[in-house]
Design a protein around this ligand. Structure first.
Ligand code: ASP
Length: 325
């Protein structure tokens, strides 16, 4: 009898260990042509620390029983404030020398979503996207109207100088001097994003970016486009993308990954790999992060690197920059 009890307890312990994580989070800070040779160990450590810090802001929310949506926002706010990444402070410049910020967020439990394009004064565009989702009857606001809504909502406003950094200015000048294409400058996309699943099994996704260096004519990429750069659906997954936005829009990347998981039963990794291969076949480059309600997470990219990190309730803690990290 005692032996049976002991065996039962042992079995329970084993199955508890094998259980899916109760929560998880994955973040990215952009994909691109980064390679080990062109980054000093100090730079690599600096990016690793920034990614870990943003991820851990989300971990704190999730471990305390908070929502996937709050975790995604907490992680992205830190990346937006960090000038190393192309979102919020440190956003790339348009051809005309301004910063136009795009962001989106989606709640997988309700499929509510909010997006903004070409916002110019909101310190944290991801908060503006969330306000569109929660406090407006709309999904997508743009330009001066998005700025006006932000002021009305009482979100923190900054002078556009807040976003500008010398390195991004140098990249714009290089693009103009060498007459480079949008996808040629430094080829580090640098957009930021997060996906998470919380203890209730709800997923959420968010993405924030300055877009592409030298963008003009009001160009908008995939990041604020629901279904392209961001998507979340409790029946499937949460996705945030980074890369050559035009291709990600055409492939409907984020929705396509969720659709494959929902209707074909693919794993997060298989669906992400397949859709990134489709982007590649069209001629595009970039990557995605995915989180599924079962707690699994996946990274997929067809560039030499993608700034990334993840964590879950089973103790997983990872950061990476290059393929193979
Ligand atoms: N996907 C973004 C865009 O096309 C760029 C990036 O990922 O950095 O606007």
């Amino acid at each position: 009898m005692r032996l049976a009890l002991l065996l039962g307890a042992l079995l329970m312990a084993t199955s508890a260990n094998a259980e899916a994580p109760r929560w998880s989070i994955a973040i990215h800070g952009g994909a691109g042509t980064m390679n080990r040779e062109s980054m000093t160990p100090a730079q690599q450590a600096e990016y690793g620390a920034a990614l870990a810090m943003a991820r851990d802001a989300g971990v704190k929310v999730l471990a305390a029983g908070g929502s996937a949506l709050d975790a995604v926002e907490a992680a992205i706010v830190l990346l937006e404030d960090d000038p190393k990444f192309n979102a919020g402070r440190g956003a790339v410049f348009t051809y005309n020398g301004t910063n136009e910020l795009d962001a989106s967020i989606m709640d997988g439990s309700t499929r509510a979503a909010g997006s903004v394009a070409a916002a110019t004064h909101t310190r944290n565009p991801i908060r503006l996207a969330r306000a569109v989702m929660e406090d407006s009857p709309h999904v997508f606001l743009s330009g001066p109207g998005a700025d006006e809504f932000s002021r009305e909502q009482g979100l923190e406003q900054v002078d556009p100088d807040w976003f500008a950094t010398p390195e991004r200015w140098r990249q714009l000048e290089e693009l103009k001097a060498k007459k480079l294409g949008w996808y040629d400058v430094d080829l580090k996309y640098g957009t930021v994003g997060a996906v998470a699943v919380d203890q209730k099994g709800h997923v959420a996704a968010g993405t924030s970016t300055g877009g592409l260096t030298g963008k003009r004519w009001g160009r908008i990429g995939d990041s604020p486009v629901i279904g392209a750069g961001t998507y979340a659906d409790d029946r499937a997954c949460a996705v945030s993308a980074t890369g050559a936005g035009e291709y990600f829009i055409r492939a409907g990347v984020a929705h396509e990954i969720c659709a494959r998981m929902r209707m074909k039963g693919e794993t997060a990794q298989d669906a992400a790999d397949a859709v990134i291969a489709e982007v590649g076949a069209l001629g595009g480059s970039g990557g995605v992060i995915v989180a599924a309600p079962d707690g699994s997470t996946a990274f997929a990219f067809n560039t030499p690197g993608m700034y990334r990190a993840r964590a879950d309730s089973s103790g997983l803690r990872e950061t990476g920059i290059f393929a193979g990290d």
